[in-house]
Design a protein around this ligand. Structure first.
Ligand code: GLC
Ligand code: CA
Length: 535
């Protein structure tokens, strides 16, 4: 396909490496494990993998506290292992995206060790150091996302440093050109090795207010929510100077041909789209998380799709995400049956979909006993029912003792029902959610209406969401039943077509004329013949 970059038509698969496949019986996944499972990813049909951080790290935030941007943590393997992974992935037709964590380092990173060593160290200004107030209190009211003040007092030099997350994750000073160039160099290191792009961690956080003004109180703060939401992050995130940083990062990757930049950005859609950049010179895909927390109703979902479509800048390519390592799993949130509707939605919407590992076998949110909690966010805020471990449990490959993930006790508990829900079992069940994912991905690949066609909403109300995907003469109708009762969508009789795929995997090839009947929690994709009649 001329002029269409690879990531337009790609399906991306997120791997949380600690939980994908262990090969040395330490209970933690590793790079050799990913290599061993590449054939599975090919069988599933995805095009690219994004691997969460694998760099040397004290693991205070499981790799999101980087102590060296250009190495591999021994827990995961070695640089040569990584090179094998990259070569094997490419040989299998898979792209590889790494997780770039530019906002903060580990407090053990040599840059921070130097920075904190004295007030006049050459790296002092690489981080955000401030004096306390007159009474020695924190420099301002900024709060950490992981609880408490975002300022940590460092007695050695009697100043505070800023950390948006854990105190073991000091924020870099992105106003300092040396910091920028150090991170751009790290990007080049991996791009030269052949990686196909990056998912950029907390991109909207990089620049903070240069006057360090207090954040305003959030009038809409919900008691019981994460405590940092008591303030509006006006001066700590999404600052105007981000535009320049985006363009610079983009320049770095563009020097290597068709590489991909994805931004992790939790912002309302009208601000999110700014990260496509001026003249689309920002990230290619600002992650669209609007489905992650959306109430699961046809009307709500239909509305958010339209709002997102309408907000996209001209030429900006859409993308959709159903789950990630920070949020509750979709099958836990909406149930295993509705997770099939969610899969059909994710893979038939316009734009690049990202699948979170394990969602393709319907893994649910796993309850974690208190003595097995590992997530530092939950440990800091035990009252908050938002721990992230439950969506990070090991991949369920088979029904052996540790689910084929490891020969030893895994770092997080396995789901109780892994013997029922695992890859081996679902592979041999022609109606499993795994087979549904495979068929959806295959259908997507074979239909230009799904890959590049327009999105035309038809109906989003009650239990039903209906939309067309159209490209030239090819017209597909997607009908999703969000309810547990049977549902009927009526079109004029001239609507004739063929059912290409049902989420129940049993009606392929059925003729459709006028009326579309859906069973409880069923979704279908229909190929419509001739012109598309409208009611
Ligand atoms: C991102 C990551 C999350 C991490 C945080 C701090 O949100 O996805 O896992 O804790 O950044 O790096
Ligand atoms: Ca291991």
């Amino acid at each position: 396909m001329p002029d269409v970059p690879w990531w337009n038509s790609a399906v991306i698969y997120e791997i949380y490496p600690r939980s994908f496949q262990d090969t040395n019986a330490d209970g933690v996944g590793d790079l050799r494990g990913i290599i061993a499972r590449l054939p599975y990813l090919v069988e599933l049909g995805v095009d690219a993998i994004w691997i969460c951080p694998i760099f040397p790290s004290p693991m205070a935030d499981f790799g999101y506290d980087v102590a060296n941007y250009i190495g591999i943590d021994p827990l995961f393997g070695t640089l040569p292992d990584f090179d094998v992974l990259l070569a094997e992935a490419h040989r299998s037709g898979l792209k590889v995206l790494l997780d770039l964590v530019p906002n903060h380092t580990s407090d053990r990173h040599p840059w921070f060790v130097q920075s904190r060593s004295s007030r006049d160290n050459a790296k002092r200004d690489w981080y955000l150091w401030r004096d306390g107030g007159a009474d020695g209190a924190e420099p301002n009211n900024w709060l950490s996302q992981f609880g408490g003040s975002a300022w940590e007092f460092d007695p050695h030099t009697a100043q505070y440093y800023y950390h948006a997350f854990l105190k073991q994750q000091p924020d870099l000073n992105w106003r300092n050109p040396q910091v920028r160039h150090a991170i751009y160099d790290a990007m080049r290191f991996w791009l030269q090795r052949g990686v196909d792009g990056f998912r950029v961690d907390v991109l909207w956080h990089l620049i903070k207010d240069d006057q360090f003004r207090d954040n305003p109180v959030n009038p809409g703060f919900a008691v019981g929510g994460p405590p940092h939401e008591a303030l509006l992050p006006l001066y700590t995130t999404d600052r105007p100077e981000m535009a320049e940083v985006l363009a610079q990062m983009r320049d770095v990757v563009d020097q290597f041909g068709e590489r991909l930049l994805i931004g992790e950005i939790y912002l309302p859609v009208e601000r999110l789209v700014a990260y496509y950049g001026r003249d689309l010179r920002g990230v290619h895909l600002p992650f669209n998380f609007s489905l992650l927390g959306a109430p699961w109703h046809a009307g709500t979902i239909g509305k958010l799709i339209q709002e997102y479509e309408a907000a996209l800048p001209k030429g900006g390519w859409p993308n959709w995400v159903l789950g990630n390592h920070d949020r509750p799993r979709i099958a836990g949130r909406v149930g295993r049956k509705q997770a099939r509707i969610a899969a059909m939605l994710l893979l038939t919407l316009r734009g690049t979909p990202t699948i979170y590992f394990g969602d393709e076998i319907g893994m649910t949110q796993v309850p974690i006993p208190p003595d097995r909690v590992r997530d530092p966010f939950q440990k800091n805020l035990p009252g908050i029912k938002m721990g992230r471990d439950g969506s990070r449990t090991p991949m369920q490959w088979d029904d052996s003792r540790y689910a084929g993930f490891s020969e030893a006790e895994p770092w997080l508990p396995l789901a109780d029902d892994f013997r029922q829900y695992n890859v081996a079992k679902q592979r041999s069940d022609p109606t499993s959610i795994y087979q549904l994912y495979r068929q959806l991905i295959a259908l997507r690949r074979s239909r230009s209406a799904l890959l590049r066609g327009s999105y035309r909403p038809i109906h989003a109300d009650g239990d039903l969401l209906l939309f067309f995907r159209e490209q030239g003469p090819e017209r597909l109708l997607v009908a999703l039943n969000f309810g547990t009762g049977a549902a009927v969508a009526k079109f004029p009789d001239e609507l004739v077509g063929t059912l290409l795929l049902s989420s129940h995997l049993d009606r392929q090839g059925e003729d459709v004329r006028g009326t579309i009947k859906l069973r409880s929690e069923e979704g279908v994709v229909i190929e419509v013949a001739g012109k598309t009649p409208m009611r």
